[in-house]
Design a protein around this ligand. Structure first.
Ligand code: NAP
Length: 307
């Protein structure tokens, strides 16, 4: 029987683990299939307080994990495949093995959203990617296409100019969600070419098992053309990882956990932390803060229950 199982190992999960471990709760952290969360897929983080020169995302999240381990948190490199919150103690299946726990902190984050094209899915890892930091290196002197109009797309496009000959940024509208500073940085980068009002109709070449191009369409003029590219990066936002909790935890229509105040979900003893609930701020620092809140609430919940 566990006091607390923390699902997810990004900023939220790791910070919850530090606090829960220091409260002597010996938390078990289920790292998930994207261990380290979104920070492990990023480069320099310049806005996490305490690092005036910035810090690499993977280093930041690894430091948090080490800090949690130092205080006694235990990590398993597995995923939660099922959960039963209808009875107490709660039950959580970790890679299909059931385990009992008095409290749960859901910090499972959000995963990359895809366009949903058949060939896009077939070519993931063969030229199609959602992570410039992971895969940019493979596109030295190549032509790269980035889809999206938010901060992620700007960040990826800028980062990819370190490698690619040219980066074409395709966005479905001519207005951008990206913050002004990120948009300006991309606009001022001579290696980035903007294609607004443009959508992707297809990605080639699934039969050759490698990306060779994309069919693009201008939404205003309806012009359709084939754009030769070697790398196809999708940066169109994220989907909360709540599928395994469906029907048990109250979520909004997009799957984000609905908060009942603080870190509370609709089930007493099950808490939320980070991007799995937060569709507004979604920052490393807010996720860490939310992890801290969830651990403090779990600790108080256990204390009130006499544990
Ligand atoms: P986002 O702000 O939600 O932007 C998603 C973009 O993808 C939008 O431009 C959207 O187009 C487009 N999109 C969505 N679905 C699409 C589809 N099916 N086909 C084509 N385009 C589609 O997501 P994000 O850029 O990942 O950013 C998420 C949050 O993280 C934001 O708060 C952002 O500020 C933050 N962030 C910050 C940094 C940083 O500060 N370093 C870096 C990355 C992200 P529409 O605009 O037309 O809807």
């Amino acid at each position: 029987m566990r006091n607390v199982v923390i699902i997810g190992s990004g900023c939220a999960g790791n910070t919850a683990a530090i606090y829960a471990a220091r409260a002597n709760l010996k938390p078990l952290v289920v790292s998930g299939h994207e261990a380290g969360g979104q920070l492990s897929l990023t480069t320099l983080v310049e806005n996490f307080p305490g690092f005036p020169e910035g810090i690499n995302g993977p280093d930041l999240v690894e430091n948090m994990r080490l800090q949690a381990t130092h205080f006694g948190a235990e990590f398993v490199h597995s995923s939660v495949t099922d959960a039963d919150f209808s009875v107490r103690p709660f039950r959580v299946a970790i890679d299909d093995e059931w385990m009992e726990t008095r409290t749960v902190i859901i910090a499972s984050g959000a995963s990359a959203r895809w366009l949903g094209l058949e060939n896009e899915q077939r070519l993931i890892g063969k030229g199609v990617s959602s992570c410039a930091t992971c895969d940019g290196f493979f596109y030295r002197d190549k032509n790269i296409l980035v889809v999206g109009g938010g901060d992620s797309a700007m960040e990826e496009a800028n980062f990819l100019t370190r490698f690619g000959r040219q980066v074409t940024l395709v966005h479905r509208r001519d207005e951008f969600r990206a913050s002004k500073i990120m948009l300006d940085r991309a606009r001022n980068n001579p290696k980035i070419r903007f294609l607004p009002n443009t959508v992707v109709d297809d990605v080639y070449d699934a039969s050759a098992n490698v990306v060779t191009g994309a069919r693009l369409r201008n939404r205003i003029t309806d012009e359709v053309w084939d754009e030769p590219v070697d790398g196809f990066f999708v940066a169109i936002g994220h989907i909360p990882n709540t599928r395994v909790f469906k029907g048990q935890i109250d979520t909004d229509p997009d799957g984000y956990i609905l908060s009942k105040g603080g870190a509370r979900t609709n089930i007493p003893g099950v808490f939320h932390a980070g991007d799995v609930q937060d569709r507004v701020y979604r920052q490393a620092i807010t996720a860490s803060g939310a992890g801290c809140m969830a651990a403090i609430e779990a600790e108080r919940f256990l204390e009130a229950e006499g544990h």
